[in-house]
Ligand binder design. Structure first.
Ligand code: PEP
Length: 260
């Protein structure tokens, strides 16, 4: 059986206008409709999201959010609940992005967000990743282990198969180059193993791991093929619609040996 790939586009605080958001979403949806074995989720700023929900049925194209409140409802000025995101037709939520962690989110807060997203019936795309790499001592392995264990500490095992794990080394986000595909392969196995420490090895075998950090249409095929990840979390290139459409095509046709 062919394993489907998942490409998540994190638009962050882009583009500046609804008109541009509509254009990028429309072109991405059209490209997604041509794909054979790839699912696409775009995560626009929430203010634009409702306007981007289409009546056209493109089963492998969905919308996601960039975060969600861990509260259910009530007096939480400025926040949006997971149930609201689900209500307008979203399917995924990015949780624990490094920019959200840098703005003050702790592992415990992220854990609460994951729970809220799962309880609302949405798929959390949970970001984990080391801030720097310690090639000599390997301290980044310990960092990641703690981060993953703490992030999922309060999540019931019954939800393990609903989670997407996004491995995003923070130093590779917004950078000139991605992590090498060989290192991505090594690290994706490691994060899976630690996920297995929390939820059991059977769940670790099933959890999709996507890689994020300076992915473009140029490096995407090798990351999929050599890195052997289940998909990609794409920042800048996801709003550069020409590049993103090309990226979707190369991922859809990427072969296991790294050659298109
Ligand atoms: C991100 O912010 O999740 C990301 C991967 O960004 P970029 O692709 O721009 O490095």
């Amino acid at each position: 059986m062919i394993q489907r790939k998942l490409i998540v586009g994190n638009w962050k605080m882009n583009p500046a206008t609804l008109e541009d958001a509509r254009r990028i979403a429309r072109k991405t949806r059209t490209a997604a409709a041509q794909l054979v074995q790839t699912d696409v989720v775009i995560c626009p700023p929430s203010i634009f999201a409702a306007a981007l929900i289409s009546k056209k049925n493109t089963p492998n194209f969905n919308l996601g959010a960039q975060t969600a409140s861990f509260e259910e409802s009530g007096s939480h000025t400025g926040q949006i609940s997971a149930a609201m995101l689900k209500n307008i037709g979203m399917t995924h939520v990015i949780v624990g992005h490094s920019e959200e962690r840098a703005a003050g989110d702790t592992d415990e807060m992220i854990s609460r967000r994951i729970r809220a997203v799962l309880e609302a019936g949405l798929t959390p795309v949970v970001c984990v990743g080391e801030k720097s790499r310690d090639n000599e001592g390997g301290a980044h392995f310990e960092f990641l282990k703690d981060q993953i264990r703490n992030t999922f500490a309060n999540i019931s095992e019954k939800y393990a198969r609903e989670i997407v794990l996004a491995y995003e080394p923070v130093w590779a986000i917004g950078a000139k180059e991605a992590m090498s595909p060989e290192q991505i392969y090594e690290m994706s196995l490691f994060v899976k193993k630690v996920f297995g420490d929390v939820f059991g090895q059977a769940s670790a075998m099933k959890v999709p791991v996507v890689y994020g950090g300076s992915v473009t249409f140029r490096n995407a095929a090798d990351i999929i093929a050599i890195g052997q990840v289940d998909g990609l979390l794409v920042g800048r290139e996801s709003v550069n619609v020409t590049g993103f459409v090309e990226l979707l095509k190369v991922v859809d046709t990427a072969k296991a040996d790294g050659v298109n």
